[in-house]
Design a protein around this ligand. Structure first.
Ligand code: S3P
Length: 475
């Protein structure tokens, strides 16, 4: 089998002319190489990454994954045609669209434009087969909230990774609202949900900070006969609270408690989805770590519940500015400009509690950036990372150790010691898109070549364009 690799500049022992390697094209000085050597044959989804000098240019990110899921689901529940622009290209969001189609929703997708013909909050139809959320926790948990308020039964399942993630956390509040929710013996998917209409409104205190569970309860609350309140222990991303009123839902907030009025009809809506800041984070990290970089990312989401990565990098000395700030259908968006400069190796990052929630998807990447500049990072209260698409605590510690960092694994986080320097190594994506992209960034700024197992395709879960975009700004 073969794999595509990024080589810049061609490394000793890793040249395009080597036996078994064949140069297929060049792009801005990078060479994309198809490797059909024996080792590659056993490792068909690996990517080889060599260091680059800087990142320069301008990028537009595909639409935010979290917002795209929500926009599609609410469009399906609204009466009439909704138009979604800059819809995410993530495979996770394709899973959401396919599940909605299996529920009888008419959807036309033309690249990033999606037109959804909703038939009202009770217009979904019983699916003829199990719904497949693939790798997407957001699809499974948010859809569970919607299915709880339907008057039919449905099963929702997913791939091996998703079927190993905890689902009792979503089953419990939905059962309190009157839905029958069965989970497998280990508390995971498949979920069998027999909905009830109307549901019982509840006041629910989330035991863990989770935007997915908060959203599932709010979506179920749409079908309750009264006001449903969900209170979170720490602020998590608030896309559901921002988008629901765009479709006509009535929502109020009191501190970290969010209340929704059930029983109101939703109307269709046109939504522009800003670029995904969690995808942008990988390019921002590369620009921050390579001092000669200059990178613009346009039309990207700047929701304050998602920008802690920028403020943390600024605290490490990064030069990141924001311009053209505006509100796009309830969501802040704008341009991020990163100018590379030397970062402060003396910084000590101490991440715990509320900061964990606001950095949840960027924590592995942050550790790679911190290790690259040789600063200290202590992460605690982050057990949630163990139940993401992979065990991201173990995956981060394993990969950084292989690259030469001095890092120790803790039950609820890690301890990265000062003075690490990263060298190329054999890395593993653990079939997790965010680990694959974090490893790629680390490999671009480390010394020597790295090979990342399982990285070529896994990025498609959130950003199928990752390798192409990376190439386009690498010098
Ligand atoms: C998401 C919420 C987060 C995040 C996930 C997407 C969402 O999970 O990790 O990638 O779209 O609501 P939590 O439910 O742990 O907050």
């Amino acid at each position: 089998m073969m794999f595509a690799g990024i080589f810049h500049p061609p490394q000793r022992g890793c040249r395009a002319g080597d036996p078994g390697r064949r140069l297929v094209r060049t792009y801005k000085g990078l060479m994309i190489v198809i490797d059909d050597s024996d080792s590659a044959r056993t490792n068909e989804d690996a990517v080889v990454v060599s260091p680059i000098n800087r990142v320069r240019g301008e990028l537009h990110m595909p639409g935010d994954k979290s917002i795209s899921h929500r926009a599609a689901m609410l469009s399906a529940l609204a009466a009439g045609e909704s138009n979604l622009k800059n819809f995410s290209s993530a495979r996770d969001c394709v899973a959401t669209l396919e599940c909605l189609q299996s529920l009888g929703v008419r959807i036309v997708k033309n690249d990033a434009r999606v037109v959804i013909e909703g038939s009202g909050s009770s217009g979904l139809q019983q699916p003829t087969h199990s719904l497949d959320a693939r790798n997407s926790g957001t699809t499974m948990r948010l859809l569970a909230g919607i299915l709880a308020g339907q008057s039919f039964a449905a099963t929702i399942t997913g791939d091996d990774s998703l079927r190993a993630r905890p689902m009792l956390r979503v089953a419990e509040p939905l059962r309190l609202m009157g839905a029958q929710v069965e989970v497998a013996a280990n508390g995971c998917a498949p979920l069998r949900i027999k909905g009830r209409r109307p549901l019982q409104p509840i006041r629910y205190q989330l035991p863990i900070a989770s935007a997915q569970i908060k959203s599932a309860v709010l979506l179920a609350g749409l079908a309750a006969d009264g006001v449903t309140t969900v209170e979170e222990p720490a602020q998590t991303r608030d896309h559901t609270e921002r988008i629901l009123p765009q479709f006509g839902a009535r929502l109020t907030r009191n501190g970290n408690a969010h209340s929704i009025q059930g029983g109101l009809p939703l109307h269709s809506c046109n939504i522009f989805v800003p670029g995904d800041i969690s995808s942008a984070a990988y390019f921002i990290a590369a620009a921050v770590a390579l001092p000669d970089s200059d990178l613009f990312i346009r039309d990207v989401g700047l929701n304050p519940t998602r920008t802690a990565f920028l403020s943390t990098l600024r605290a490490m000395g990064a030069n990141i500015s924001v311009a053209d700030e505006r509100l796009e259908d309830g969501e802040p968006a704008g341009t991020i400009h990163v100018r590379g400069r030397a970062l402060k190796e003396t910084v000590k990052l101490d991440v715990s509690d509320a900061l964990v929630s606001s950095l949840i998807d960027e924590l592995p990447l942050l550790a790679f950036v911190a290790a690259n500049i040789g600063c200290e990072m202590k992460l605690s209260n982050a057990k949630e990372l163990r139940v993401k698409e992979s065990d991201r605590i173990a995956a981060t510690v394993e990969n950084l150790s292989r690259m030469g960092a001095h890092i120790e694994e803790r039950l609820d986080g890690w301890r990265l010691y000062r003075g690490s320097r990263l060298h190329g190594a054999h890395l593993s994506s653990f079939s997790d898109h965010r680990i694959a992209m974090a490893c790629a960034v680390a490999a671009l700024v480390a010394t020597g070549t790295s090979e990342i197992e399982g990285a070529r395709d896994s990025v498609s879960v959130s950003l199928p364009e990752f390798w192409t975009l990376l190439e386009s700004v690498s010098e």
